[in-house]
Design a binder for this molecule. Structure first.
Ligand SMILES: [Zn+2]
Length: 217
């Protein structure tokens, strides 16, 4: 329902499965909720879809309570973030939510819906992610891929409507991918009452105890 003719990451996941990969984790850091990707896999327990996105925002889906359907219940995880969220919220959400979910799911391949429209320069959305934030997120996902699935990781370019945001975000992502050792994100604190803490608590509440260590830093 967005600006794409084909859902590249969904096609990539199914193509990998056709080649013998069973379990695929998709992390979608594009600023929009990936409603098409979620819909493609919401009943499929072998594709874990996790999205961090501005909410409420176009296309309107991606609330905490959308956790998958039927056999796919529990393998959709939504992290809706309010306008104004930046590195603290995004990197914190990766550390506290995406990484525990990935460790529990044990993917054989990790795909990233790598839009850069949450960049602070983007004219479409209202988020504040910097180059350092993308470096930290990409580094964390590379570490996860190294730990969990032999380094099998692909970044698929999605949105991004400021040339400066695309340039900085892509450069940071490539730097994290190509560095001899993945960059480690600085500890991101989340005192009680902060936006991150509230979002983490609501995700944990939506998923209950089905994912060990969900919400812990
Ligand atoms: Zn987008």
């Amino acid at each position: 329902m967005g600006f794409c003719l084909f859902n590249n990451v969904a096609i990539a996941a199914r193509a990998a499965q056709a080649e013998g990969i069973e379990r695929v984790l998709i992390f979608d850091w594009d600023v929009h909720h990936g409603n098409g990707t979620q819909h493609s896999f919401e009943t499929d327990p072998n594709v874990f879809y996790v999205s961090a996105h501005q909410f409420p925002f176009y296309p309107g889906t991606g609330s905490f309570g959308e956790v998958g359907i039927g056999r796919g219940e529990g393998t959709t995880l939504n992290i809706p973030l309010p306008a104004g969220a930046g590195d603290t919220e995004y990197v914190g959400a990766v550390q506290r939510l995406v990484l525990p979910a990935a460790r529990a799911f044990k993917p054989e391949l990790i795909l990233i819906s790598a839009g850069f429209d949450a960049h602070r320069d983007d004219p479409l959305a209202e988020m504040n992610v910097s180059a350092e934030g993308y470096l930290a997120m990409a580094g964390a996902m590379r570490t996860a891929a190294d730990e969990l699935c032999g380094g099998r990781l692909a970044f698929i370019l999605e949105g991004g409507y400021a040339l400066s945001g695309l340039r900085e975000g892509i450069e940071a992502t490539l730097a994290a991918t190509l560095a001899p050792i993945p960059p480690v994100a600085e500890a991101v604190g989340a005192p009680e009452g902060t936006t991150l803490r509230q979002v983490v608590d609501q995700v944990v509440a939506a998923h209950g105890s089905s994912i060990p260590d969900l919400g812990s830093s």
